[in-house]
Design a protein around this ligand. Structure first.
Ligand code: F0G
Length: 470
């Protein structure tokens, strides 16, 4: 451990290297802090990296959401913002882009992903209905529960095992889903909630074979299938790399085929679309669209802006086209794989296979002496910040929250610390610095104790909870 014979990425893969399909036109200085400054900052933040000021952060891997660098084309598009209240030309550009690349008929823009989750949950779920999904996502499940739905995890078992090398750990277990249809009756299932590259499982993809079979199963029981398309471009890339028959198919073609098996999708444009704000909801059913188009007026804004400025819709329309280029997505996922390979070589316990948007460190194996109720993944994020000013986040017991029925902590099998890579923002040298800092924290692991939660907000507690070292 600690030893690493330098190899370029091309060498590692036994071929000539490829590089990012862009060059840097504008830079933003980074600030290094001292250990004493970081100790003060993390205490002030209650050992929660969400409560740090970004000015106190060196390399920010909190999230890939809204943190992308936009292209010169996108910035130029911002200048073409048509800031009309109704019928903005940029809305029609966005609509065309979603229709062209995702293939859905009707579009409702929203300010970000959770705005769309709110609308589909309100329109699609009746109180007491089940909402089966491939592992939960925090905001998605909360909106489903607030609409009266009962989320049920039907992902394959391998997804809960950080060491399983299954190539499509995001897949739905068709037997679990059919059992639920039979046990509860399909009329008591609101819809199937399918996510591309499952975030909480480590950015793990769903195969084309799985979504095809799902379509068939849902048709047999008359249940709708909606997609969380937030990181679907990354998912399409994994299909190209891993699934038989897709090796020479463009990512854009794979994306559109995948979406064609679903009835609609919601989107956080802040990820795949390479923008800092924006989202949408798109469906093929006119009646549902009418309902959604009406609801959006209540919560987000008129149906031709949904809480966005015209310029934001333009940047998103351009970002969609850029995001589906094979060169772009290979470099994006390739950078995540590069960091993952370094950590794998150094035998740091991380979720395998490495996913599309982030490295997930397995805090259970990193700190085997810290019980889950003492928040090992939360502590790991704090220790990484203390070591180097790198910001990551918890994806374990804190993120999982409490069971709405019993009020007890949910105890997910996965207790992870996520290092999320923003798109087109950091270089390979930053990835090296990150890997070295994780290695340093790993060397100190035996001296690290857990945390106690001293403040717990009611909703999505991981954002605002506060902790103290034990
Ligand atoms: N779905 C998935 C899979 C997400 O990862 C997110 C956000 C959302 C929906 C909600 O979208 O933030 O635009 O309202 N994920 C961010 C993250 C916050 O850090 O993983 P949003």
């Amino acid at each position: 451990m600690g030893e690493h014979k330098f190899k370029t990425m091309g060498e590692q893969a036994g071929r000539r290297s490829w590089a990012e399909p862009w060059k840097i036109k504008m830079v933003e200085p980074l600030r290094m802090t001292t250990r004493a400054e970081r100790e003060h900052a993390i205490r002030e933040a209650g050992y929660n990296t969400f409560l740090l000021r970004s000015a106190d952060v060196y390399i920010d891997l909190l999230t890939d959401s809204g943190t992308s660098a936009m292209s010169d084309r996108q910035w130029a598009g911002m200048m073409l913002g048509d800031e009309a209240y109704a019928g903005s030309v940029n809305f029609y550009h966005l609509e065309e882009a979603v229709q062209a690349f995702y293939g859905y008929k009707y579009l409702v823009p929203t300010h970000q992903g959770r705005g769309a989750e709110h609308l589909i949950s309100q329109a699609g779920i009746k109180k007491g209905q089940y909402v089966p999904g491939n592992m939960y996502f925090t905001t998605t499940r909360l909106h489903q529960e607030m609409a009266g739905g009962i989320f049920t995890d039907v992902i394959i078992d391998e997804a809960h095992d950080p060491q399983s090398l299954h190539p499509f750990k995001g897949n739905i277990d068709l037997q679990k889903l059919e059992d639920l249809f039979r046990a509860k009756g399909p009329e008591n299932v609101a819809y199937v909630s399918l996510a591309g590259t499952v975030n909480m499982a480590g950015g793990q993809p769903v195969s084309m074979e799985n979504v095809k079979a799902l379509r068939e199963l849902c048709d047999r029981y008359g249940v709708k299938l909606y997609l969380d398309a937030t990181r679907m471009v990354e998912n399409a890339y994994f299909i190209q790399q891993r699934e038989d028959g897709y090796g020479s198919t463009p990512v854009a073609t794979i994306l559109k085929e995948f979406c064609s098996y679903t009835d609609g999708a919601w989107m956080s444009g802040k990820k795949d679309h390479l923008v800092n704000i924006g989202g949408w909801l798109a469906v093929n059913d006119w009646n549902l669209f009418e309902e959604l188009r009406n609801l959006v007026v209540v919560y987000e804004g008129l149906h031709t802006y949904g809480g966005l400025a015209g310029r934001d819709m333009e940047a998103m329309a351009i970002g969609i086209r850029e995001s589906v280029s094979d060169d772009h997505i290979r470099a994006r996922v390739g950078q995540v794989q590069y960091l993952g390979q370094l950590l794998t070589d150094w035998e740091i316990p991380i979720v395998q296979p490495v996913g599309g948007h982030a490295i997930f460190v397995d805090a259970r194996r990193f700190y085997p002496h810290i019980p889950q109720d003492e928040f090992p993944a939360q502590m790991l994020a704090a220790q990484l910040y203390l070591d180097s000013g790198i910001r990551s986040m918890e994806r374990g017991i804190v993120s999982a929250g409490r069971d709405p029925l019993t009020g007890e902590h949910r105890h997910p099998r996965l207790e992870l610390t996520r290092l999320t890579i923003p798109r087109r923002v950091y270089t390979e040298a930053h990835m090296d610095v990150v890997a070295e800092s994780i290695n340093e924290v790993y060397k100190e692991r035996k001296n690290t104790r857990g945390l106690k939660m001293i403040y717990e907000p009611h909703y999505l507690r991981f954002f605002q909870a506060r902790f103290e070292p034990l």
